[in-house]
Structure formats: C-alpha cells, structure tokens
Write a protein that binds this ligand. Structure first.
Ligand SMILES: NC(=O)c1ccc[n+]([C@@H]2O[C@H](COP(=O)([O-])OP(=O)(O)OC[C@H]3O[C@@H](n4cnc5c(N)ncnc54)[C@H](OP(=O)(O)O)[C@@H]3O)[C@@H](O)[C@H]2O)c1
Length: 281
C-alpha cells in the first residue's frame, strides 16, 4: 500500500461536525492522524461566507476534506470550491478530497474547478444519504409520523454516511486514490415510500409517506422556518435530481475499498436501536 506521508500535521475537515465530516474525524483520529475541524464554531473558524477565514484554517495542514454548505447547487458554490482549492495548492496543501452529488450540473462544475486547481484530487460523488432520515431534514417528519415529498415512484440508492467516511479516509491516506472519481451509492434502489416503510417496520410506528405537489412542499418548508430562497433550492433539487436520472447503482465503494456498501437495512436497524426515531412523549 502506498501510504500518504506519515505527517503530524492535521487534516482539515470542512464540515467536520456534519454527517460525513464527523465520521471522517473519528476515523482519522482513531488511526492517530490529527484533525482540524472546519466549521463556523471551530477555532480557528472556517466560514464559506468569509474567504478570509479560509487561509487561516488551511495554515499548516497536510490535506483537506471539502464539503460545501448548504449544497453545491447553490449559486457561487463552484467558484468558492475552485478558489479554496487554488488557495490550498498555493499554500502547499495539495491533497484535496471533495464531497460531491450525483446528477447535479452545479456540483459537476465544482468538481471541474477542483480538477483544474493543480491539486492531487479525489472526488466522492454521492447519492442521497441514508442519514437524511436520522440526522437531517427528514428526521422531524419521521418523528411526526408523516413524510410528505414532491416525489412519486422514483428510486434512490441511499448511501450510508459511514461508507462515505470510509472512502474519504482512504482517499486522504493512500496515494492510489489520487485522480479518482468515485461515484458512491448504496447497494439497493428504494422509493422514498419504501424507505419510510422500512423505518416504520423497524420502529413499530405508524409512519406514512405521501406525495405532495411542489407548491405545497415549498410552502411547508417556509412554514417550518426555511428561508424562501433555500426552500426554492431544495425543491429544485427534488425536481432535478429525482427525475429518474439517478435511478441506478454505482460501484464507487467497491472500487475504492474493495468491499460492498452497507445496505439501507443496516442503517435502519442500527439507527432504530439508538432510539432517535422514538418521539419524546
Ligand atoms: N445530504 C445528502 O444527501 C447529500 C448527498 C450528496 C451530496 N451532498 C453534499 O454534501 C455537502 C454537505 O451536505 P450535508 O447535508 O451532508 O451537510 P453536513 O455536512 O451535515 O453540514 C453541516 C456541516 O457544515 C458546517 N457548516 C454549515 N454552514 C457553514 C458555513 N457557512 N461555512 C463552513 N461550514 C459550515 C457545519 O458546521 P457549523 O454549523 O459549526 O458551521 C457542519 O459541520 C453539500 O455540499 C451537499 O451538496 C449531500
């Protein structure tokens, strides 16, 4: 195995408290690799909205894992990722791993910006995360007993965030992953109704899935406090990415790690056991 230089310099994990970044931080720390969390609440702080914070966060790190927030589909995301990558390369931080999304033209522009930056790059192009149901925007509806989305029978191969973190950890520590684009998905296509039903069965709760019009979906987001522009963006993602274009399995986890990805059932079983899907009475 060609290992990345055994460095005592930390790896910068942008979004290091998020769904994949937190898991990556645990993995690197467990193997003795120091990490620097990139977040608005870390010290030094990293904020995508404040480019001056980027140079300080990149100071003295060996490599970086880049997750953009809230989504690579946001206007200006590709430019920000490109600018950050070029700055990193100028500062001698050449090993960069980007978390990207499948079927999103804007995310692909961010990938191209990374590839053109001169970095030793790896791209992890992921399907929807299973953890959206337990650590993100689907959790509240699951707890409320009804998930209502503007999607019908489209199927998605939800990926376990642990698999993304495993691929990212490998990409940051093994030279064989330089220049690789890994399209990573779970091993099974599921409709959102089927995914909801698996969670309902595992928890013994009555949780229904309902298809609703886009307009009602956006109104619901705004009523929940999501700013109107972000609500529009989320709705656009549902329209664009869930039009059937992503209804296929990819072998990125197998190619990167030499093993199959975790199944949605693994995620459901272990997450149900934590009690996170039990409404507080
Ligand atoms: N969720 C999916 O299904 C999915 C699928 C494919 C690709 N992706 C991509 O994955 C990326 C991350 O999405 P996610 O949903 O998984 O989010 P996430 O990583 O769970 O996001 C939260 C993290 O972002 C940090 N953060 C928030 N605002 C920030 C800012 N302005 N500057 C710096 N850090 C900030 C948070 O820390 P602080 O709050 O402390 O700043 C936290 O560490 C997106 O680019 C998305 O396109 C997501």
């Amino acid at each position: 195995m060609t290992t990345f230089h055994a460095s005592i310099l930390p790896v910068l994990i942008i979004g290091g408290t998020g769904k994949t970044g937190r898991r990556l931080a645990e993995r690197l720390t467990a193997t003795g690799i120091p990490v620097r969390i990139g977040s608005r609440n870390a010290a030094p702080a990293f904020d995508w909205e404040n480019p001056q914070s980027w140079a300080i966060a990149l100071e003295g790190v060996s490599a970086a894992y880049i997750t953009y927030y809230p989504d690579l589909a946001v206007p200006g995301a590709a430019e920000a990722v490109g600018a950050l990558a070029r700055l990193a390369v100028r500062k001698g931080v050449k090993r960069l791993v980007l978390l990207s999304g499948r079927g999103e033209p804007e995310a692909q522009r961010a990938e191209e910006a990374l590839q053109a930056s001169g970095a030793d790059w790896t791209i992890i192009r992921a399907s929807w995360f299973a953890q959206n149901f337990s650590e993100s925007f689907f959790l509240a509806p699951i707890l409320a007993g009804e998930l209502a989305l503007p999607v019908d029978g489209v199927r998605e191969p939800f990926i376990h965030a642990d698999d993304i973190a495993d691929v990212a950890a490998a990409a940051l520590t093994d030279n064989r992953h330089v220049g690789q684009l890994y399209e990573v998905t779970g091993p099974r296509l599921l409709t959102f109704a089927e995914a909801t039903s698996e969670i309902a069965k595992a928890t013994g709760r009555d949780i229904r899935f309902q298809t609703i019009p886009h307009e009602a979906f956006m109104q619901g987001l705004v009523a929940d406090g999501v700013p109107a522009d972000i609500a529009g963006l989320i709705d656009e993602l549902f329209t664009q990415v869930l039009d059937g274009r992503n209804e296929y399995l990819s072998d990125g986890v197998q190619r990167a790690l030499g093993r199959a990805p975790r199944d949605f059932a693994d995620f459901v079983g272990e997450t149900a056991a934590t009690g996170v899907w039990e409404p507080v009475r």
